[in-house]
Design a protein around this ligand. Structure first.
Ligand code: SF4
Length: 324
């Protein structure tokens, strides 16, 4: 290998916070703890978090991933619901089949479910700002009867919305949206329907907000930006968009170092790196390592916020822990 002096210099600006949020840590810990306490198999409905590396690691330890409960045989083994949350029909089906459920839905997603429910009980039509097909959106819409929730994905959807009664309207949002896009959509809804009721504090979670803030600081001052995360991870996709909008000409979403397209990173002198809330730090390190093999890398951290959020494990696991 060439001596490091021969390598081009590369300044890496590492966004902080990045990677795992408290909801993801709780979800992964729930599966790991269930495997330790009850032994394999532990069934997991949907990818516990949207990251292939995490899913494969848990699979290797005995987790069995399914998309629907119908794929699970009648069993006493635990069934973990993913961090994204589920429609009401899912726990109802599990109860009917007497499955042992460990609900790893992020408490911040559950909070949105409860908000939607309260608005509905007060007679409101609910507008959900979110992305169609995302499991969190399916779960939130599934808290209420069909037709009670209208999905708004874009400003155009907000402009086209025809509510049954504009005086009885409330909105909630997906937790992992772009802060700026959502603010524009909410502003539009509020200007069209001044009586619309919303959350006291927005539904976009602290982790999404903080990771986007860090990217906004780094993206304008680097030649390229890498977001470590999966293509089906909503918050990771949003980080890439935020980087582009903040002025970064080359922003890419990568799952692992093996996906780096070196042609994209030829003559760069600075590189920003962040990671979606479901991407483990080991993958960030792997990518920095790959750059260090080709560049003379110096790393600096750019911090937008300190995080100290912690969510306790689902109750059955806490009780098991207390009994030990
Ligand atoms: S991104 Fe936010 S809502 Fe989603 S799991 Fe993490 S903390 Fe919870």
């Amino acid at each position: 290998m060439a001596p490091s002096a021969a390598k081009p210099k590369l300044k890496v600006l590492l966004c902080s916070p990045r990677g795992f949020c408290a909801g993801v840590v709780r979800a992964i810990d729930s599966v790991e703890r269930a495997l330790a306490v009850y032994g394999p198999p532990v069934y997991v409905r949907h990818e516990i978090v949207h990251n292939r590396f995490v899913v494969e690691s848990l699979r290797a330890k005995g987790a069995v991933f399914v998309e629907e409960l119908s794929e699970i045989p009648d069993t006493a083994a635990p069934v973990v619901f993913s961090a994204h949350g589920v429609a009401r029909s899912v726990p109802a089906e599990a109860e009917g089949r007497k499955l042992f459920v460990l609900d790893a839905t992020c408490p911040l997603v559950t909070k949105v479910h409860r908000e939607a429910e309260i608005h509905f009980r007060r007679g409101c039509q609910i507008v959900l700002v979110g992305h169609a097909g995302h499991p969190e959106v399916i779960g939130t819409m599934g808290q209420l009867p069909a037709g009670a929730v209208s999905l708004v994905e874009t400003l155009a959807d907000a402009a086209a919305l025809v509510p049954k009664d504009p005086g009885k309207l409330a909105y909630v949002t997906q937790t992992t949206l772009s802060v700026d896009d959502t603010a524009a959509i909410v502003e539009h809804l509020t200007s069209r329907f001044p009586a619309i009721v919303g959350p006291h504090k927005e539904d976009i979670c602290y982790a999404t907000t903080n990771r986007q803030d860090a990217v906004k600081r780094v993206a304008p001052v680097v030649d390229a930006m890498i977001v470590v995360g999966a293509p089906n991870s909503s918050n990771s996709q949003r980080l890439k968009e935020v980087a582009e909008r903040a002025g970064c000409r080359r922003a890419v979403l990568l799952q692992r170092a093996s996906e780096i397209g070196w042609g994209d990173f030829g003559a760069i002198g600075s590189l920003g790196i962040t990671a979606g809330a479901s991407a483990p730090e080991i993958l960030v390190e792997e990518i920095i390592g790959a750059f260090a093999a080709r560049y003379d890398v110096s790393v600096e951290t750019v911090s937008a916020a300190e995080e100290a959020v912690f969510f306790p494990l689902p109750r059955p696991l806490r009780e098991k822990q207390a009994a030990e």
